[in-house]
Design a binder for this molecule. Structure first.
Ligand SMILES: Cc1ncc(COP(=O)(O)O)c(C=O)c1O
Length: 372
């Protein structure tokens, strides 16, 4: 008998959730693939992080520090923050979920923008609250449109900055204007998963607003530039009251010991991070130029991925490109569920991977062009 018939059913909203579908990670057959579907770094983690992770294998029978204190202290030292206001989680996904758990319930509304990160909708519905979607301008969050969505029931606004899957970002002045326009009782969540990659003078990840307001939280991850996606590790910088709320509802040992150890070691290797940033800057620009030259539209990106827009004409659709790339063992990210059926998202890979994508897409588009 179905569970619902026996009187057991999840809270309203839960069954409205379309489960998150991660980027494809494998193709049939034994040959290796080029996987550029999940915005992971081509360089992997710092060797120091791997060493720390391996060393932690000798203590697997012990519980870790329940508040990930050594990691919070390492983050605080690197960024000049108060460790008491940092909360760590099993990926920033867990922190987004905890924020929803602490601030959203039935009857509440939470806002995100049209092509915002899909997890927001999931965590909002998961708490029985109502998602409100603000229109964007040129695939970029529009502060006025977000503010126009605010109602008496609004409790949280989620902004990915830069945003996944578009790669677009909001300048700090715009983020400040957004915050200034929000009522006092609305929490602004700045999801800065790609902050380390951004090289824009007018960008600020969120530390300043968290430091100076009572209702802004910034979330960060070790999954992207730090290369630790497999471990699941993220952190949030919060006003004291928000950190207190999240700490009350999180699992008592929500971050594992090996993650804490690897995270601390990864932070200590900023030369590794710098190298990844420089590589990304170079290849983001080269790929944008080279792909544009073969007739693929590229949204200017501040992150480590590009949104590629296919012309649709003459069979040059995103779906056909995806199939063509799979035949060459290359996996990019389909983004239909973001409302972008004519686009694919490509993570910036190693030089070799990027060149392979360009060669394949050049063949697909029937044009010439190679990056210098
Ligand atoms: C904007 C954004 N936020 C959060 C996450 C979640 O990252 P994690 O849970 O691995 O820390 C991602 C991952 O793709 C992302 O793109």
């Amino acid at each position: 008998m179905a569970a619902a018939k026996r009187g057991l059913s999840p809270r309203p909203g839960v069954l409205d959730i379309a489960p998150y579908v991660p980027g494809t990670s494998a193709l049939p057959g034994a040959h290796p693939v080029i996987k550029l579907s999940s915005n992971e770094t081509p360089f992997g983690p710092s060797p120091r992080a791997i060493e720390a992770f391996l060393a932690s294998a000798t203590s697997l029978s012990r519980y870790p520090d329940g508040s990930a204190r050594p990691l919070r202290e390492a983050i605080a030292k690197l960024y000049g923050l108060d460790p008491a206001r940092i909360v760590c989680g099993a990926g920033s996904d867990e922190l987004l979920n905890l924020i929803a758990g602490a601030y959203l319930g039935s009857g509440d509304e939470a806002i995100y923008s049209r092509h915002g990160f899909l997890v927001y909708k999931i965590v909002i519905l998961g708490r029985g609250a109502t998602p409100v979607v603000a229109p964007e301008t040129d695939l970029t969050a529009n502060v006025d449109a977000i503010l126009a969505c605010v109602s008496d029931r609004t409790r949280v606004v989620f902004i990915a900055n830069p945003n996944n899957p578009t790669g677009t970002y909001l300048a700090f002045d715009e983020v400040k204007r957004l915050h200034a326009g929000l009522p006092d009782n609305v929490l602004l969540v700045l999801d800065a998963a790609y902050a380390e990659y951004v090289r824009k003078n007018d960008y600020e990840a969120g530390i300043e607003l968290v430091a100076t307001t009572h209702n802004t939280v910034m979330t960060r991850t070790f999954s992207k530039i730090y290369g630790l996606a497999f471990l699941r590790l993220g952190w949030a910088y919060c006003p004291t009251e928000v950190a207190d709320a999240l700490n009350r509802i999180r699992g008592p040992f929500n971050v594992s010991g090996p993650s804490i150890a690897a995270g601390i070691a990864a932070l200590a290797d900023q030369a590794w991070v710098q190298h990844a940033v420089e590589h990304n800057e170079t290849w983001c620009a080269r790929m944008t130029e080279a792909l544009s030259a073969i007739g693929i539209g590229v949204t200017p990106s501040a992150a480590n991925f590009l949104l590629l827009h296919f012309p649709k004409r003459n069979g040059k659709s995103a779906q056909a490109a995806d199939t063509f790339l799979h035949q060459r063992r290359i996996i990019l990210r389909r983004v239909e569920e973001y409302g972008l059926p004519d686009a694919l998202r490509m993570t910036i890979g190693s030089e070799e991977e990027n060149r392979a994508v360009l060669e394949a897409l050049t063949a697909f588009m029937g044009a010439n062009g190679t990056p210098s």
